[in-house]
Design a protein around this ligand. Sequence first.
Ligand code: IPE
Ligand code: IPE
Ligand code: MG
Length: 225
Amino acid sequence: MNPLNHVAIIMDGNGRWGLKNKNSRNAGHKAGLKTIEKIIKVSLDNKIRHLTLYAFSTENWKRPIKEINYLFNLLEKFLYNKIDNLNRNKIKLKVIGFKKFSVKLNQLLLKSEKLTRNNKSLQINLALNYGSKLELINAFKILKKKNKAFTENNLKKFLLTKEIPDPELLIRTGNTKRLSNFMLWQIAYTEIFFEKKLWPDFNEKDFLQIINSYKKIKRNFGSVS
Ligand code: IPE
Ligand code: IPE
Ligand code: MG
């Protein structure tokens, strides 16, 4: 059975779910929060060490400002209401992304990271204003400035994921088979599952089924056996 330390998820399909069920994209974002809670629970039960959630991409700024504001308000409320509970469950929260939010949200994110920084059960990496191309360009620029060689080990030190192992498993919900600028470097050898269900419909059972399928995969990493 393959070990599983890090699951990364592209949580896609909220907008379509919201339009279909409540005639509002934003209602889908709200419904998606419940799925996040379910997935956190399964991750804790299965002793997964890292759960990375793609919540907002560097390209998502192209969306209508009303939707963007709704999303960030939702995140603010979620953190405000749930951070103590996450902390009680020994969950560590880490934001990976290019922080550029309102003063209030920035403070809340920093406070949440600080509060949970010594927790050792599950680390939730919240990919917020995250983009893989920007992350890589940023890392290369730092290497150049520091006059360091462009090696794999050196580069890794300047990625936003510097202290996070590469994910063994990537899931994208929402019936779309693309990566949308997510962790392009880190998923070089990741097993990828594209799930038809929209994120708010994705549940514990679906997650467990994917975990079980992943565990049985023969992973070669280029060699033969
Ligand atoms: C993913 O759901 C959540 C974010 C990008 C914030 P979408 O909002 O992309 O939902 P669809 O893909 O339009 O249905
Ligand atoms: C990817 O979903 C980003 C997140 C889930 C945060 P998008 O809905 O933004 O991706 P595209 O635009 O369909 O590629
Ligand atoms: Mg989408």
